[in-house]
Design a protein around this ligand. Sequence first.
Ligand code: COS
Length: 390
Amino acid sequence: MVDFTLTEEQQSMRELAHDFAEKEIRPVAWEYDRDATWPQEIIEKAWELGLMNIHLPTEYGGPGLSYLDGCLIEEELSWGCSGIGTSLGCNGLATAPVALAASDELKREYLGRLTEAPLLASFCLTEPDAGSDVSGMKTTARRVGDKWVINGSKCFITNGGYASWYTVYAKTDKEAGHRGISCFVVPRDAGVVVDKHEDKMGQRASNTATVTFNDVEIPANHLVGEENHGFKVAMMTLDRTRPAVAAMATGVARAAMEFAIDYSKQRTQFGVPIAMHQAIQFMIADMATKVHLSRLATWNSAVLLDQGKRNTIESSHAKRFAADSAMEVCTDAVQVYGGYGFIKDYPVEKLMRDAKILQLYEGTAQIQRLVIARETLLPRRVAQPTAAPA
Ligand code: COS
């Protein structure tokens, strides 16, 4: 049975997230964007309310909420501000590989930490020469006795400057392409160096850093899953986190649409509010359709995960469509505002800058199309990775 009715719990969770976005995020969002302020206070409050680490399993102290629940929360938080929403949601990306494939011991230690205090973790996959082409990474991990020694540098790392631990992908067999990548948990105090904080076009309240590993030693048991199986862990992680990005994109698009609607009812040209002109009505209609379909595709991709099914293509459909739609809706919202839309005193200019990254991070719009094309032309079955022995 297909049924999109939310349960009472889901409705109140959505209201809680909306309330938080309205009272705690919206009032500071434009100021934080201007000054690129790190939202530490908001992170602490969101953590207290249970709006972070939402998928952490109950056996490790988390609330164990479903992927659909997560999407409801992400949409509301990003309706408030997607930069702050990214800071709040990033633990989900860092912890997914650990929850998927790490030993019980590692889960207990590192997932547990995030439930005890408002700490952050980061996902380190991208490198200067390895963005879309994950297999091109140069970071290495060498086994020396009972340790792994990590060398290399990762860029565009969300929350990188504030994370207490990192999920790091590195080559453990340089000759084996994607089959020579492994995943590790690296605590910051093992000697991780944070090199650079990026000055970004949008989502300026989120932190994006370069992190470097110079002979960083970690215990042998910090390997996540099996040696040389890291690529699949990364891909399975992205299947699980792209619905959340799609939900964020839906939130940004919805915010832009609401601003455009309000403005179109106030602004008068040719003797009537511009909402009376069909030129504007059609733009608003397209916005409404895009928000609606983004949400449906997002929920569909999340529900499949909640049912324990593979969602690779649905996840890419949702992420691709919602991110492209957010960019289009925000651009049209600026158009509805006319020249005022281009001015920083009005709200939609920020949303248009924020929306751009949604088409880039967690797989560009082109990578999503690549995944969709491959899955459409040649659907494949993929085995689940097994956890490393404790
Ligand atoms: N789940 C599980 N396994 C998967 C998978 C998925 N969703 N997608 C691919 N795999 C497996 C394949 O089955 C294949 O397995 P074998 O080694 O057994 O053959 C292996 O992974 C390699 O797959 P593929 O040949 O498709 O790999 P490519 O190198 O061509 O890369 C893309 C595929 C481009 C899709 C991948 O590199 C990618 O997603 N890049 C974007 C990365 C990204 O999103 N970066 C953003 C930074 S994270 S914030």
